[in-house]
Ligand binder design. Sequence first.
Ligand code: ADP
Length: 345
Amino acid sequence: MHEHEFRFALESLTYPGTSRTLGELKLIGTVKVDSHSLHVELLTQSDESYMKLKSLIEAEYSASFKQLSFRKRTSQKEIHYGHSAKPNNRAPYAKNIIAVTSGKGGVGKTTIAVNLSIALAQKGYKVGILDADVYGPNVPRLTQTDTERITWNEENKIVPSENYGLKIMSVGLTTPTSDTPLVWRSSVAVSALIQLLEDVAWGPLDFLVIDMPPGTGDVQLTMAQELPITASVIVTTPQLISTDDVSRAIMMFKDIHVPIAGIVENMSFFIAPDTHTRYDIFGSGGGQKLSLKYDVPLLGKIPIDMQIREDSDFGRPSVATGNEEQKNYYRAIVDKMLNEVSFKL
Ligand code: ADP
């Protein structure tokens, strides 16, 4: 087989867990082949995708070659997957799709996704939130819908839970009890999420907000391929601002041409409840620097607030139940986002 025939064969393989080929996803770079060795360059930023592609190709070709070698090409300028392939639209019922993501877990991504969704609903928009965080599906707990289980309507569509003016669906609700661990391979998770996009009776929505898993794995890549994401919001904490995890998340969205609405700096500063003195525990200006470096807006900063932690852990999102100051943190972010992004409304 010649190199171009090999390239064609590689590009025809299906990316695990999706219906897209490696060619469509523009994941194959240079291919070099001779009688006993095959070298393939893989155009991906994510280690998870790289390992997945490597095993896929090894399973297919290790019997035919003495030596198989791979290289990951990550330079931002060289990657164009997703550029020419227009994304599918598995959620035609939603006018706009907002993906909330973070480089690492535990930064308050879910708390922010829930509060921003409620702030949009409080403005009168029809809002659904899909909890796609397969590693920590906490949206039901934050919205007090965690004791609900899935029910179907007469048209055999899944009925979403409702609270705080939101329609809510979570991968967490697809397990028998809320504390069943979700030890899912990502391809299983991806197909479950596609089912939740297609089989839930969301009704017409102005905004579908997706609480993504942290990091830059398959779920993000597939969501970007299967949905025309209008804007992504990247949540970080001041300690993580200068880390590779945040940069990787920003770079990945840029690479796959998902528009970035901006960064939210969470647990940014502390206001002493007794004296109201503000403490910039981790220094200040990190979010601003990051915003300048990557040319993405800083949508807002939210302080560390014991009440936010307690309320969100008890299913009382601050924008619905907190004091005016707490509500305004989230409302200001939503206003800025509505200003920055030309949503279809
Ligand atoms: P992630 O989705 O990034 O894993 P969560 O939204 O689940 O993060 O938040 C992690 C923990 O931090 C939760 O206990 C939550 O209540 C708490 N938390 C989030 N934002 C704040 C904040 N601004 N102040 C205090 N605690 C917060």
